[in-house]
Ligand binder design. Structure first.
Ligand SMILES: [Zn+2]
Ligand SMILES: [Zn+2]
Length: 356
């Protein structure tokens, strides 16, 4: 029996389930195409930036001016304006490089998204639906309610988080991938734009991971509800989009936002990403997931920092100077790959390692 049955439309009486991810990805593709066409990278929702600043102002008040970090990664006391928007961080050369890397990455991103998100996502979704139909017959046509919508959002989030964790783990452990991901870690200060500090050819890797995980969850729920389910929303934005936006901007903000330790064992607090960006040995390759701590806990990479723990950001004194400018960061992976492929350079590296 063929695993994937041919689709026919409803006019012929046969069932063709169009899952919520297919519909959503078409909307996303249209949006991204318009963005690409106008050539203005749009991101960072102002609502999310406002929420980040409001929480940071509350932390400033509660800790009497303590809790934000300086360029050196150490906590310092500051007045409100200096606490929220410190001049030394936002005028740092690293923050300027963030802007240029963001612009480059955003120009290319819509093309990856159109090419991959709009194809890999629906293809995954349709494959999952086909397999489920083959296994269980027609959709049980369950009726959606808020609880199901929340469950759908939660499953999507867990799938995304797991695929992100695996991708990120590989980015840290496989030298050829680390050469690319290093650009994210070469940031010497953290600003909300650091979230987008990626090499532009990194885009397809993250997009495929996202598309497969959304498509997988959408396929399961699309089958159960015959396509009649959408994600729960918060502030009229996808529940997931709000969490993603908030989490993304606060984890790359220099203000420490800790959760209680018991909660940090389940969810990544924003300050846990300060650890991820630290070059200290004990912080290497820690806190690799985005939302939950579940996967890091399972794979032994969870690190919950102490309040005011010192987290110096960047690649460290040994290699920072090779990844400082926009040009160095853009050409960095190609230089590193070349070195990996050149036997003389790699044998020199081997003997360096043996000596250390
Ligand atoms: Zn990383
Ligand atoms: Zn980061």
């Amino acid at each position: 029996m063929p695993l994937v049955t041919p689709h026919t439309d409803t006019a012929t009486g046969a069932e063709h389930i169009v899952g919520p991810f297919t519909q959503m990805s078409q909307t996303v593709a249209n949006f991204l195409w318009n963005t690409a066409a106008s050539n203005i990278p749009q991101d960072l929702e102002w609502e999310i930036i406002s929420l980040t600043l409001a929480i940071a102002a509350l932390l400033w008040f509660l800790r009497s001016g303590h809790g934000s970090k300086g360029v050196d990664g150490r906590v310092r006391k500051a007045g409100l304006l200096q606490f929220l928007l410190p001049k030394d961080i936002y005028t740092h050369a690293s923050a300027r490089v963030d802007v240029w890397l963001w612009v480059t990455e955003r120009i290319f991103y819509p093309f990856w998204a159109i090419a991959l998100l709009a194809t890999v996502g629906p293809a995954t979704e349709q494959s999952v639906i086909s397999v489920l139909k083959w296994l269980f017959g027609n959709s049980p046509e369950l009726h959606s309610n808020l609880a199901w919508m929340l469950l759908y959002s939660l499953v999507t989030l867990l799938c995304y988080d797991f695929v992100f964790f695996l991708t990120h783990y590989a980015m840290h452990k496989v030298p050829a991938l680390w050469a690319l991901h290093k650009i994210h870690h070469s940031a010497e200060v953290l600003t909300p734009l650091t979230r987008y500090r990626e090499h532009f050819i990194d885009g397809p890797i993250w997009v495929v991971g996202g598309a497969v995980s959304y498509g997988f969850a959408a396929g399961i729920f699309g089958f159960l509800f015959n396509g009649g389910i959408t994600e729960a929303t918060l502030l009229n934005l996808g529940f997931f989009a709000v969490l993603f936006g908030f989490n993304g901007s606060f984890r790359h903000y220099h203000v420490q936002f800790h959760y209680p330790v018991w909660l940090s064992k389940w969810l990544q607090s924003p300050v846990m990403h300060h650890v991820h960006h630290s070059y200290l040995q004990q912080h290497h390759d820690k806190n690799l997931a985005v939302f939950t701590s579940i996967w890091d806990r399972m794979f032994g990479t969870l690190y919950i920092p102490e309040v005011d723990e010192y987290t110096p950001w960047g690649l460290g004194p040994d290699s920072q100077s090779e990844h400082q400018t926009f040009w160095q960061n853009t050409t960095g992976p190609f230089r590193d790959w070349y070195k990996m492929l050149t036997p003389r350079a790699s044998s020199a590296r081997r003997s360096e390692r043996e000596q250390s």
